[in-house]
Design a protein. Structure first.
Length: 246
């Protein structure tokens, strides 16, 4: 059992949606196996199904002048930001497959999200960053201080969509992200906790790079979902393995 892994580099958000749609279609047809897409986006703001437009603090004019796109999409969750230095992952998995912890005909969406959180917690640990879940606050968070005034900060946001048992959208892990750009929004609609990045939280002497984070996340997904990660060189190879060069 394996998960296809495709690293796309930096792609525009609309292009990313189009790639997702092609991979989702192939997965629903059974033409390919479960797939994890890893990539970066240019600066973009997305609003999930449960979002409030009031959580976008910057005006449309201000964002447009800076070429920052805004998209309303069908994932769960509120408003979030994607940008350079952030590792975005789109797991396109059929939840009806053989997954650890499956208790019925399919892996429950909540259980799927908890497993993604676990994979990202392990990724953070590779950089010496202690991370955890917070009840009713989906995502991955730092530990707060003993003083209640020192609150947890979000390292990774998660929002998914499930159609015909197949997942789309996924996670966004702040690796070397410019956190000043989160000031454009109320991240995930949460006002009492901030955001941070692996770069800021990593232990002294540990180098944080996108490449290292990408490889760590891939390993962690393989371990948590009990699958071998199978690297693909291109989207074409993923969608049509017979067409790849021998």
């Amino acid at each position: 059992m394996f998960i296809h892994l495709l690293h796309l580099g930096r792609v525009g958000y609309v292009e990313g949606l189009e790639i997702q749609a092609r991979v989702i279609g192939a997965r629903k047809l059974g033409a390919i196996g479960d797939t994890l897409l890893l990539l970066e986006h240019p600066a973009v703001i997305t609003l999930g199904r449960n979002s409030s437009r009031a959580n976008v603090l910057a005006s449309d004019e201000w964002l447009s002048a800076r070429n920052v796109e805004v998209h309303e999409i069908n994932r769960g969750g509120d408003v979030t930001y994607h940008g350079p230095g952030q590792l975005v992952g789109y797991p396109i998995f059929d939840l009806r497959g053989e997954w650890p912890g499956k208790r019925g005909p399919h892996l429950g969406p909540v259980d799927f999200v908890r497993m993604m959180e676990e994979a990202l917690i392990r990724t953070c640990a590779d950089f010496g960053v202690m991370a955890k879940r917070i009840p009713k606050c989906t995502g991955v968070w730092t530990f707060g201080g003993e003083n209640e005034a020192i609150r947890e900060k979000k390292l990774a946001a998660i929002g998914v969509h499930v159609s015909q048992g197949v997942t789309s959208h996924g996670f966004a892990l702040n690796v070397t992200t410019d956190l000043r750009e989160f000031a454009w929004i109320v991240p995930c609609g949460i006002t009492d906790r901030g955001v941070t990045s692996l770069e800021l939280e990593a232990v002294a002497g540990v180098e944080v790079t996108m490449e290292a984070a990408m490889h760590s996340a891939a390993r962690s997904f393989g371990r948590v979902f009990s699958r071998q990660m199978l690297w693909c060189e291109s989207l074409e190879q993923l969608l049509d393995p017979a067409a790849s060069p021998k």
